[in-house]
Design a binder for this molecule. Sequence first.
Ligand SMILES: [Cu+2]
Length: 464
Amino acid sequence: MNPNLTRRNFVSGSALLAGAAALPGILRGQNAASDAPVAKEYHFDEADQPVWTRAPLTPGEPGRDYRPTVTLNGSTLPYRVVGGVKVFHLTCEEVDHVFVPRTPDNGELRALCWGFNGQVHGPTIECVEGDRVRIYVTNKLPEATSLHWHGLIVPNGMDGVGGLSQKAIQPGETFKYEFTVWQHGTFMYHSHHDEMTQMALGMLGMFIIHPREREQAPPDRDYVYLLSEWKIVPGTRRPDPSEMVEFNVLTLNARAFPGTAPMLARLGEKVRIRVGNLSAMDHHPMHIHGHAMRVVATDGGPIQPSAQWFENSVIVPVGTTRTVEFIANNPGDWAFHCHMSHHVMNQMGHGLPNLTGIETGKLNRKARTFLPGYMTMGQDGMADMGDMGMPVPPNSVPMVGAPGPYDYITMGGMFTNIKVRADLGDLSPATGQDFAYGGWYENPPGTQAMLASAEDIRRDLGAS
Ligand SMILES: [Cu+2]
């Protein structure tokens, strides 16, 4: 099939043959014609053959064919080109993974997980529409595995479902996957053998395919996030793969706040955030402050401009990706987080007695007779549980937070921030490999919430 056959030519050339079933595609084509800027959508030419049957193009190159994405707290998988094919190598193995690094303010949280190439989650695979890719998968785990390329339209035998489309990869074996990618967008990869165990232990990664035709308005910043959830009992070293309800470590790229690196944007830049969700059980409404996000793509493909919509919280269901874009036109340190309030806490238990509003004086005195230093917590809310320096078991972090520029930040889990600045100065590098906040935003006079003066209260509220 001719790779240059776009939806638009296809429509104009064979609309009479397309029939009623192709009507949505025709409408999409018309929208593309009027609204211009989306790149060609080869994979919507579904009336003919699956896209993987098309001949590959020469391998796309970073810089020339695309601007690489940034996977904060993670990395991008290196490749080499052999005979016109991009060759990748993933090694499945146990990884001693750090969820929250130690700082002067908090202890470390780490656990023995399963990942790829020494990291959790796996490195982001990045390629270009039309690339031929060959991915070697070496299994150094104690059990068999297989890898599925989520959202990619590949030959059945390359789809990676253990038992269904291939033999499972036994410990010590190396399998070879090879296919041509004729899609673009945000996809994922993950174990598809003993998924409950292997995905719960971290065997996930992102798979980004850039359009072959350079985008007319590419983003200045292109961030990649993978959401996941874990059960790590405080003081233990293994995530519990049998958990199906009470997840207590909620992560962005396998890091929980305060271990998440911030995103950065210069004032006026176009920011793209690609979010995949491979949590076991939970959808996550990802919320941004100070901006509205335009939803531009899912793992099914790009959304035509006329069909895109704005959100402040974009829900990313389990097993999907959502890609959003916005212009960073509002300077500050803006929160970006899951809006489920239990997903922005660390190692929270749901079996706590409700002590909100309880008079604790007598209880504390009595309990201290047999538990020296005992103090009831939670009677005035949970916010103090981080910054009071409450002792936590080894290898665990406070339920909430880290010190912020004004006060303690009472958030954990799936929480980070985006620093929008006219001048990024010497903030922490966008690689995000090191744990550093960089500088905090200083709010200009008159733009800061503050204690009301007695005069304010008298003037506006009457007698105080
Ligand atoms: Cu969530």
